[in-house]
Design a protein around this ligand. Structure first.
Ligand SMILES: Cc1cc2nc3c(=O)[nH]c(=O)nc-3n(C[C@H](O)[C@H](O)[C@H](O)COP(=O)(O)OP(=O)(O)OC[C@H]3O[C@@H](n4cnc5c(N)ncnc54)[C@H](O)[C@@H]3O)c2cc1C
Length: 397
């Protein structure tokens, strides 16, 4: 069963596909190796190009510079983007989480100040939520924001530490959760601030990951001043805002990932056809065949489930436990897929992904190592299982 799209939606798909093919060709993307395509500077230039060409903010209202397209067209674009294997979008948290939050909770002057920079991707953002003692249990966060009013103005002074802050080393701004009421505990007394990463007292230390790359960071705040007008919502409303924002993140966030997994599976089949194992192609091994067939079924199930989530969203209902199911299933299937890639590569899998002799430019080894993170980011598998059990199946806590 495939979802059907109207003639207008199919025409939009064609328009998006042609724009992507032509634009990617014009920046030389088609001639780049898999590894060259990971280059951060290139990806960020491309992102600004998308902004300048009017292919960002597709769902945003026109008054904020968007195209006010219906959700289904936004998803079609995400599908085409993934199908074109287009560059990584480093500012995706600003688009997926912050922009909808600002549109809902932000003041007019905050919208005017911050939305254009997100739309154009001239201003990049990071998300400052997790702390060394507050990950799954985010309500335990301890970064303090003391409010001070004097001749220099009304401001918060932020002191504390965040961790696992993706792309903080490239970010101009951070949307951050802080404890603004020192006497409060848990969900109360938390505020949502927009913090300029160039402020005095901000220190970003990249963390080295298993792949050898540094995508996320520790971020230290030592008396960092944030003007009160950069608080989103009321003082103490931060938890509510963060939870609403999480629903945006869980909405259509995984659609492109599902599409890219379909093409990853096709590439895995090619790898199995071309990699020898005991003197014959690995694909002739019945165990490899079984695992590939299982993955094919899993990816088909995932696709149908992502459309089910989309239908929920189109009916105006917030994504509930089905979004947790999609994230859980996607992350665990992808890990299995990359483990199978290691099985297919056999002894060659032992080469580091950066080794010049690694098959396919080291793609499979790198993705295998990276994939260990995906059952942790955007809430761990255990947390998603809790959500499914409690909110989906109504089981007791
Ligand atoms: C690649 C990557 C990028 C990230 N980017 C960001 C970012 O940009 N900004 C940001 O703020 N954070 C980011 N994070 C952090 C991420 O949100 C946290 O790692 C995640 O919420 C888990 O928190 P933790 O690491 O503190 O683990 P913990 O919460 O300490 O969990 C440890 C283990 O205990 C389990 N556990 C915890 N509580 C329960 C429970 N109630 N029931 C059952 N099991 C439980 C967990 O599932 C896990 O296995 C990123 C993480 C990764 C891996």
């Amino acid at each position: 069963m495939n979802p059907s799209f109207s003639a207008a939606e199919e025409a939009f798909r064609q328009e998006a596909r042609i724009w992507l093919i032509e634009s990617l060709r014009s920046v030389g993307y088609d001639a780049m190796s898999w590894r060259e395509r990971l280059d951060t500077d290139f990806c960020m230039r491309w992102e600004r190009h998308m902004g300048a060409s009017g292919w960002t903010g597709l769902s945003w209202p026109k008054e904020y510079g968007g195209r006010a397209l219906p959700l289904v067209q936004q998803v079609i674009f995400q599908e085409e983007y993934a199908r074109a294997e287009a560059p990584i979008l480093w500012n995706s948290m600003a688009h997926g989480i912050l922009a909808p939050t600002l549109m809902y909770y932000g003041t007019e002057s905050q919208k005017k100040r911050f939305l254009p920079g997100i739309l154009s991707n001239e201003e990049r953002w990071c998300q400052g939520y997790s702390e060394p003692g507050a990950g799954s249990d985010l309500a335990a966060l301890a970064t303090r924001a003391e409010r001070i009013s004097d001749a220099r103005g009304d401001r918060y002074v932020v002191t504390g530490q965040k961790v696992w802050t993706s792309v903080a080393q490239f970010a101009h701004w951070c949307f951050i959760l802080v404890r603004s009421d020192p006497k409060s505990s848990r969900h109360k007394g938390i505020s949502f601030l927009l913090l300029d990463m160039k402020s005095r007292g901000v220190t970003v230390r990249p963390l080295r990951q298993m792949t050898g790359e540094s995508e996320f960071n520790e971020v230290f705040f030592d008396g960092v001043e944030v003007p009160v007008e950069n608080r989103v919502g009321e003082e103490g409303q931060g938890w509510e805002i963060a939870m609403t924002a999480a629903n945006h993140e869980r909405g259509t966030f995984f659609v492109p990932m599902l599409v890219s997994m379909q093409s990853e599976l096709r590439d895995l089949v090619k790898l199995a056809r071309t990699t020898p194992s005991d003197g014959r192609p690995a694909i002739e091994d019945p165990l490899i065949q079984d695992k590939l067939a299982q993955l094919y079924m899993d990816v088909s199930v995932m696709r149908l489930n992502s459309y089910r989530t989309l239908e929920t969203l189109m009916q105006g209902r917030p994504p509930g436990p089905e979004a947790s199911f999609t994230k859980l299933f996607w992350s665990e299937v992808r890990q299995r897929m990359l483990e199978l890639a290691m099985d297919i590569l056999g002894p060659q899998a032992m080469l580091a992904w950066t080794d010049p002799q690694a098959a396919a430019g080291g793609r499979w080894q790198r993705e295998h190592l990276w994939s260990r993170a995906i059952t942790i980011l955007a809430a761990t598998s255990e947390i998603h299982r809790n959500i499914i059990a409690e909110r989906g199946l109504g089981m007791p806590r």
